[in-house]
Ligand binder design. Structure first.
Ligand SMILES: Cc1cc2nc3c(=O)[nH]c(=O)nc-3n(C[C@H](O)[C@H](O)[C@H](O)COP(=O)(O)OP(=O)(O)OC[C@H]3O[C@@H](n4cnc5c(N)ncnc54)[C@H](O)[C@@H]3O)c2cc1C
Length: 502
């Protein structure tokens, strides 16, 4: 892994304002506070964590966004920067099976944590495929190590950072120019295995055809590093980071919404909020990039035009239902993927001709299978997620239509209708993403990781016209997801230190 190149600056009294308390903002704040800066986070909502906030109702505790804990090394490395371990804050459990895929009513695949069992499962599904899996995962591991060691910690200001013979050579060997779709199909023929191996790409917000095969590193994260769960829920990570930030002296101001960033002579002059004006030596914008660039800053100081933003491929939004039941739901796992419909059609209706999907795939999380504290003792904590195109019209009628569609499919596939046992229900979709996070087009996970939007092709960390303004979070490098957001905060912190120590 690259070192972040910090200079020791313990006596600095410079003040840094971080906008937004998502993972990226919290990560940047912790690193900068440790470097000796005075750090204040301004957060519009009444709790920290951004998309990973909590919703509690009648004895149920729901993680509102992320539910998959992948790449545990990233979390461990982050806490190690402060001489801590994740175990100092939360207890991790490896899930076994990691998750279940429903291909149809009678075709179920549980993905085991154990590699020998996984190889046997592959062999049984497609003779000869266990050898292919070993090769595939060995390549994926190489890509993960190169990616995590040499790519993700680069601020990606320009292509010149990547002009290094060894790195170019590695770019070919990590298959930057092949698609995930052809890479997977080169190794496996069985459609179930193909779906299993293409699934992690959905986290990156693009189709397997449009995602570079470099991202098979996600298969290494999935199948080799495994799926974990922080007992108490994903929000425990937020609590851990908030505790650490507070211990380091970071001040977090909730219910404080930035409404304008005033710029004078290429410097942020004042930051106007609903609670008054702030000044700072440096501003790090961890709120949605498009919102800050297009709505908080005057036109001459923006990095991009509205045309630029409109031409971006956003990752999908989601229709979510948080559901509490007063009965147990036997026979399902913690993570359940309903892949019983055509992925191609759903992908087309997300990316190519955006519309509410005809026969969507969906995902059901039942965290109470692992953690009894998140639900009433008699019931279950369920979270239904259906990916949808960003920018669609959103209203109660359409949400309810898809609620019934998912319930019908759930009933058909699992053989149990849970509707009568629902005692808590809340929907969440595009309009909520916009209202709660100022999310561009109501996106859930930022910008899609297509080749044309990777590394230095992503919206830049540095403001082109403002010397003391930087961007972080899932719309800039390295990309969407909790681990990348944490890394984004680390990278932007090192950029801030470079600028402030000039
Ligand atoms: C439904 C869903 C499921 C997901 N599942 C997973 C998963 O299983 N695993 C995984 O790794 N990732 C997952 N992700 C992605 C992951 O949650 C995000 O990539 C990550 O949390 C983004 O962090 P961030 O800091 O970039 O942004 P955010 O979390 O959005 O933080 C930005 C913060 O800025 C604040 N803000 C916005 N405007 C202003 C303003 N004007 N003034 C002050 N504050 C402002 C917002 O309130 C917010 O708190 C999921 C996301 C969603 C939505």
């Amino acid at each position: 892994m690259l070192t972040l190149g910090f200079t020791l600056n313990m006596s600095s009294s410079k003040h840094i304002i971080v906008i937004g308390s998502g993972f990226a903002g919290l990560s940047a704040a912790c690193v900068l506070a440790k470097e000796g800066y005075k750090v204040t986070i301004l957060e519009k909502n009444d709790q920290p964590g951004g998309r990973a906030r909590l919703w509690e109702q009648d004895g149920f505790r729901f993680d509102m966004g992320p539910s998959w804990y992948w790449m545990p090394d990233v979390f461990e490395n982050f806490f190690a920067l402060f001489g801590k371990k994740t175990a100092d804050y939360y207890q991790l459990k490896r899930l076994d099976p990691g998750y279940r895929i429903y291909y149809s009513q009678n075709e179920i695949l549980d993905v085991p944590a154990d590699m020998t069992q996984l190889e046997a499962l592959f062999e049984q599904t497609e003779p000869g495929s266990s050898k292919a899996l070993k090769e595939f995962l060995a390549q994926a591991e190489y890509k993960y190590k190169v990616g995590m060691g040499e790519y993700v910690f680069r601020p990606s200001h320009s292509i010149t950072e990547f002009i290094d013979f060894n790195l170019i050579k590695k770019s070919f060997s990590i298959q930057l120019l092949t698609s995930m779709s052809s890479h997977v199909r080169k190794h496996f023929k069985n459609p179930k295995l193909v779906k299993l191996l293409e699934f992690p790409v959905l986290f990156l917000g693009a189709t397997p055809q449009n995602t570079p095969a470099m991202y098979s590193m996600m298969n290494y994260a999935d199948l080799s590093l495994g799926t974990w769960y922080p007992m108490g829920g994903m929000n425990e990570i937020v609590k851990a980071m908030v505790n650490m930030a507070t211990e380091l002296g970071v001040e977090i101001k909730l219910d404080t919404e930035v409404i304008k960033i005033n710029v004078k002579d290429k410097q942020v002059d004042t930051i106007q909020t609903n609670k008054g004006a702030f000044t700072a030596d440096m501003v790090i914008a961890g709120a949605d990039y498009e919102h800050v660039d297009q709505h908080l800053i005057d036109a001459p100081n923006r990095n991009y035009t509205s045309k630029y933003w409109d031409s971006r491929t956003m990752s999908p939004s989601s229709l979510l239902f948080y559901i509490g039941t007063n009965k147990k739901v036997p026979g399902i796992q913690h993570h359940n993927l309903f892949f019983d419909e055509d992925f191609e059609l759903h992908a087309k209706e997300i990316y190519t001709s955006p519309q509410w999907p005809t026969n969507p795939l969906f995902y059901v999380c039942c965290a109470s299978k692992t953690d009894s504290t998140v639900a009433l003792e008699v019931g279950e904590n369920l979270f239904f997620l259906m990916p949808i195109a960003p920018g669609l019209n959103d209203d109660e009628t359409i949400r309810e239509k898809y609620f019934n569609l998912m319930m019908d499919r759930f009933t058909h596939i699992t053989g149990q209708d849970i509707r009568d046992s629902i005692i808590v229900k809340r929907s969440y979709a595009l309009n909520d993403f916009k209202a709660d996070y100022h999310s561009f087009k109501g996106n859930a996970y930022g910008l899609a990781n297509t080749l044309a939007q990777t590394a230095f092709f992503k919206p830049a960390m540095r403001a082109k016209h403002v010397d003391n303004l930087l961007y972080t979070g899932q719309l800039t490098v390295p990309g969407p997801g909790v681990p990348p957001a944490i890394i984004s905060g680390q990278v932007v912190a090192s950029e801030a230190v470079k600028i402030l120590s000039k």
